[in-house]
Design a protein around this ligand. Structure first.
Ligand code: FES
Ligand code: FE
Length: 330
């Protein structure tokens, strides 16, 4: 069976608020994208004019058409060139005069793009709770990391670094030992969980408490962490949507959704997570190679605690990552 390549998945490229009627350039899978918005909604094209290769993101939108800044060719939303101003109005337009149009949608306050026919939908939150009134959401963190998307995801999946990178917040050296755990293989990813004492006063709640961590990975680059405070039963889902801009540049979006404390400011929950993310970042950016090695033999895996990341690497390897990233993939 042919596995879908990375182009066949939805990836976030920016926040919805970043896109308006002025075309703007974004990066995805080592290519340039131009996105804009008009009364028909959002559109995303490859940022390249077929005529002489100019960046369409330097152009403008007129009557729903994207106008190339160089010689004024006009492309409609299907990508067809519908006007070549240097030619008589009744002259035929070559059928090959087309821009490459990508699938574009908005969800969770983000703009999502699939560069080829999507093989899967935009990832749902566990239990599909995002739009339910008892859950409140916000974008907590957005930064570009100098690493690959897969390294950034694997970091978020990994809890055995807590006593070192997040000492005193998510773990302590005395409790570094990891108990064996089971990873459930799902059609679209992986699921596993653990319980531990969190040494910090989580979200200002005060004192050490038992927390259940439920991880749900959706291939290729979405990872949800549902934190359940076992005392209060409060649930908070911290989700990393990971955008593969280039093989060594990744935009990390963290959305937090909670079923409690709606009256408290979002920062009461986001600030803690943002500290954690910034603790992770220099370590992840230090990893070499920036991309996960293609061969599992190239790094050393220990079943406990690395079972989840090992399975993640196997799932990614099946996706044809190398093919998508060309010479950078090796
Ligand atoms: Fe776009 Fe000429 S390069 S119209
Ligand atoms: Fe971390």
């Amino acid at each position: 069976m042919t596995q879908p390549a990375l182009t066949q998945f939805w990836h976030p490229i920016c926040q919805s608020t970043d896109v308006d009627e002025k075309p703007r350039r974004f990066n995805l899978l080592d290519d340039d994208i131009v996105a804009f918005r008009d009364e028909n909604g959002i559109a995303a094209f490859r940022d390249l004019c077929i005529h002489r290769g100019a960046a369409l993101s330097l152009g403008w939108v007129r009557e729903g058409r994207l106008v190339c800044p160089y010689h004024g060719w006009q492309y409609d939303r299907t990508g067809a060139c519908v006007k070549i101003p240097s030619r008589p109005a009744d002259a035929p337009i070559p059928a090959a005069a087309k821009a490459t149009v990508y699938h574009a949608r908005e969800k969770y306050g983000l703009v999502w793009v699939a560069m080829t026919e999507p093989a899967a939908d935009i990832p749902l939150f566990p239990g599909d709770i995002y739009d339910l009134p008892e859950w409140k959401s916000f974008l907590s963190y957005r930064e570009t990391w100098k690493t690959s998307a897969s390294r950034a995801v694997e970091n978020f999946m990994d809890f055995s670094h807590f006593p070192y990178v997040h000492e005193g917040l998510l773990g302590t050296e005395e409790t570094a030992e990891v108990a064996p755990y089971t990873v459930e293989k799902r059609e679209d990813g992986l699921h596993y969980w653990l319980e531990q004492e969190e040494p910090s006063d989580l979200y200002g709640a005060g004192g050490v408490q038992m927390v259940r961590y439920e991880y749900t990975l959706v291939v290729p680059f979405t990872i949800h962490l549902k934190k359940i405070e076992l005392g209060s039963g409060k649930e908070t889902i911290i989700t990393q949507f990971t955008s593969p801009k280039t093989p060594k540049s990744t935009e990390v979006f963290v959305v937090i959704v909670r079923n409690h404390s709606h009256d408290e400011p979002d920062s009461a929950f986001g600030d803690f997570t943002n500290v954690i993310m910034e603790q992770d970042r220099p370590v992840v950016e230090s990893q070499r190679p920036e991309e996960l090695p293609d061969s599992l033999r190239e790094e050393l895996h220990i079943k406990v605690p690395d079972a989840a990341s090992l399975l993640y690497r196997q799932r990614l390897a099946a996706l044809g990552k190398v093919e998508v990233f060309g010479p950078y993939g090796a």
